[in-house]
Design a protein around this ligand. Structure first.
Ligand SMILES: [Zn+2]
Length: 197
């Protein structure tokens, strides 16, 4: 069974030690398995969810993957964040900033009709999609992205790249994850009020 081994940092053909049986799959709708990496022998927990893939592959849930971003974040934004994380792990800090910039650019084009990042961020703030603090962060991020994207002598260091990545994740979580949660909370409240009247 193919699964990503965190210690080998590779997709490995792992030995399946055990899985939950068909009966419990009926209840939980997901198949959980314990796997062992053939190379380093570490234990991994994976889930088989949704459609079967070929060759069969499971998604590692433990140890928790580092590149995991919330599913409320649109795929294009998530991809940019994942790429940013990969660049960071590979110590390519200018590319980290560029990928974070891409994530923010997508938010701007998703939430406004503006293609210019500078103007778009202002619009996000004006529409109260982001607050003043996040606006400052996103401005800092935009400037670092420009340093990363252009052939100028200033290099982005590890600490700055790490901060930019944190900012980007925070902005995406604020715009998509928390907003979704809050809206779900509001509609739950509304429904329970309707039922009680
Ligand atoms: Zn391994």
């Amino acid at each position: 069974m193919l699964i990503e081994c965190h210690s080998c940092e590779a997709v490995v053909d792992a030995k399946e030690l055990c899985t939950n049986d068909a009966e419990s799959q009926f209840i939980t709708d997901i198949a959980v398995g314990l796997y062992q990496c053939p190379s380093c022998h570490t234990s991994l927990v994976g889930i088989k969810a949704g459609e079967e893939s070929y060759p069969p592959k499971v998604e590692r849930v433990w140890p928790e993957p580092k590149n995991k971003f919330h599913e409320s974040i649109p795929t294009a934004v998530r991809k940019s964040l994942e790429n940013a994380k990969r660049c960071y792990d590979a110590k390519v800090y200018s590319a980290t900033a560029v990928m974070c910039g891409k994530a923010i650019e997508f938010i701007v084009s998703d939430k406004t009709n503006i293609s210019n990042l500078f103007q778009g961020l202002k619009e996000l703030k004006a529409k109260e999609i982001i607050d003043a603090r996040l606006y400052e962060w996103s401005e800092a991020l935009r400037k670092e992205r420009n340093i990363g994207a252009h052939a100028i002598e200033t290099e982005i260091n590890r600490q700055d790249a790490n901060d930019i990545l944190d900012f980007a994740v925070a902005i995406c979580e604020y715009v998509y994850v928390l907003t979704d949660k809050y809206n779900a909370y509001l509609s739950r409240k509304e429904n329970s009020e309707k039922q009680s009247t």
